[in-house]
Write a protein that binds this ligand. Structure first.
Ligand SMILES: [Fe+2]
Length: 247
């Protein structure tokens, strides 16, 4: 089988945990190379409907992790919420033939925004807009169109409303086991280590319009499952209000 070189083979991860009925979470490592390599955590959310699985914020799992995932159902869809994410989407396309649904943003490396469409390393099957019917029946996209690259969240109409975020809404109250020492120190200084937080690097580089971002407060959501940090279970909208008031 052809292995995608840009995917995160060999990065460690934990076990799939069921956090709501038919909604699973797995946390794994992410590595940013550089003079001072930073290692921190990211989450993949898995939604099961019947025998079909949809992966959100994909994280490549090791063979044992993939076997566990396969025991839940067939991997049919992958949804990419964050323009800065997506490196493992090609792996799930190649290995499982999953249909790839993406925020309308190029797949690119780094933070260079002056790139042309042919510079993208991968193309999704579907670009998601406001009116896209997602492959999860009670899921609706929440688009942040003023950010560059664009960003999405998904709202599930269950359990009082569940928001699933990419880089926009994060919840690292403390560094977890996947942080290396440089990340523990630097990311605290950079403002990442804060509960119910707006992703500071995403906010700085993608420059979303604050008024558009604050519209998230108009949504009803009891819970939030972020790509970075722990799930916020219960009263999530109210817990994020201070972060929205800071911008
Ligand atoms: Fe991220």
């Amino acid at each position: 089988m052809k292995i995608n070189k840009k995917s995160s083979l060999n990065l460690s991860h934990g076990e799939l945990q069921e956090i709501f009925d038919n909604i699973y979470l797995v946390t794994g490592a992410m590595n940013i190379k550089g003079r001072l390599p930073l290692c921190f955590s990211r989450n993949m959310t898995v939604i099961r409907e019947g025998n079909h699985l949809t992966l959100i914020n994909s994280v490549r799992l090791n063979e044992a992790g993939l076997a566990n995932l396969e025991s839940l159902g067939s991997i049919k869809h992958v949804i990419r919420l964050a323009g800065f994410h997506g490196m493992d989407d090609p792996f799930y396309k190649e290995r499982y033939g999953a249909r790839i649904w993406s925020v309308n943003a190029l797949y690119f490396k780094g933070v260079n925004f002056n790139i042309e469409i042919e510079d993208g390393y991968f193309r999704a099957d579907e670009n998601i807009g406001e009116s896209t019917i997602l492959p999860v029946k009670d899921a609706k996209p929440v688009c942040i169109n003023t950010s560059n690259p664009k960003e999405l969240l998904i709202r599930l109409e269950r359990e009082g409303g569940i928001l699933i975020s990419g880089d926009s809404l994060q919840n690292w109250a403390e560094p977890d086991q996947y942080f290396n020492l440089p990340a523990k120190l630097m990311m605290r200084l950079m403002g990442f280590i804060k509960p119910c937080n707006i992703g500071p690097a995403w906010y700085k580089y993608a420059q979303p319009d604050s008024a558009e971002l604050k519209k998230i407060c108009d949504l009803k959501f009891e819970h939030l499952i972020p790509a970075h940090g722990s799930p916020v279970i219960g009263n999530a909208r109210e817990k994020y209000l201070p972060a929205f008031n800071r911008i």
